[in-house]
Design a protein around this ligand. Structure first.
Ligand SMILES: [Ca+2]
Ligand SMILES: [Ca+2]
Length: 273
């Protein structure tokens, strides 16, 4: 090997180790979202090839780190309805927590605070936003308010989860009633002004009226959306927002990058009929 070849071999080695893979797993189901490597987001199928057995994960809940677990190599899910999902079996199996991440950086670089849901400013901003979606007399029901500085600029952002399907219990109906909705909003200050962005959600100004046939079995299967984690999943210092959605017989979870200019889905997992 000449000197040039030796140096390029060294450079290739250095590049390979810099692009270390950091898999991301849903802690309770073991579903593999994918991974990040060198700031790039890699989908599950491609990432799975490079995920090693005995990978060390840290488990995170909404406000804190909850310990560690070892993960096996990804394999297809056992449930038939989600056979296209890859799962990582974690040991010990996390009792609590939302996300398992294989990364050595602190994915919770700033404090995530849960606020009181009755603050008037937030009730007003939810009401105003629902009106922009055609719900003229909104019945505001905030489920959770989370305060955290997502981008680390010293100014806190606020995530609001609000859902009202007019259900007596916490279940999700098969059909959406008039004026029902579920959403996750992000309030942030941009150049001195409060702005509201929709992270994810759906709005039903009118009741679902069926398919226009006499088919009683028709339904629109609305979703409930909630924030389950706010974490820096790629180690760039900015925190991503993880939103879980659920309908009457299925569920999905999506990781969002929330920049002031746009909210963008990065990776997601889903399973359902
Ligand atoms: Ca901020
Ligand atoms: Ca990040």
């Amino acid at each position: 090997m000449n000197v040039v070849a030796a140096i390029s071999a060294l450079l290739i080695c250095a590049a390979a180790s810099a692009a270390e893979l950091h898999p991301i797993v849903e802690a309770q189901t073991g579903y593999l979202f994918g991974a990040t490597a060198d700031g790039k987001w890699i989908k599950a199928e491609e990432a799975a090839k490079a995920v090693r057995a005995e990978t060390a994960y840290r488990i995170y809940g909404l406000t804190q780190s909850l310990g560690e677990a070892k993960g096996r190599k990804p394999k297809p899910a056992e449930e038939e309805v989600c056979s296209d999902v890859l799962t990582v079996s974690l040991s010990p199996k996390p009792e609590k927590g939302a996300i398992a991440l294989a990364g050595r950086w602190n994915a919770l670089p700033r404090k995530v605070q849960i606020l009181n849901v009755t603050q008037q400013a937030y009730l007003d901003s939810v009401r105003d936003f629902l009106r922009t979606k055609g719900i003229e007399q909104p019945r505001v029901k905030i489920k959770k308010i989370i305060r955290v500085d997502l981008d680390g600029d010293g100014e806190a952002e606020v995530l609001i989860s609000a859902t009202n399907y007019f259900q007596k219990n916490e279940g999700v109906p098969m059909r959406s009633p008039a004026g029902s909705y579920s959403m996750v909003l992000l309030r942030r200050v941009v150049t001195g002004k409060v702005e509201t962005q929709l992270v994810d959600g759906e709005f039903h100004p009118k009741a679902y009226a069926g398919k226009g046939t006499d088919d009683d079995a028709s339904f629109d299967a609305p979703n409930v959306y909630k924030v389950i984690a706010v974490l820096d999943l790629d180690g760039d210092g900015k925190m991503e927002v993880v939103v879980a959605s659920q309908y009457y017989e299925g569920a999905a979870t999506t990781i969002y990058r929330c920049d002031p200019k746009k909210v963008e889905p990065l990776l997601s997992v889903a399973c359902g009929a």
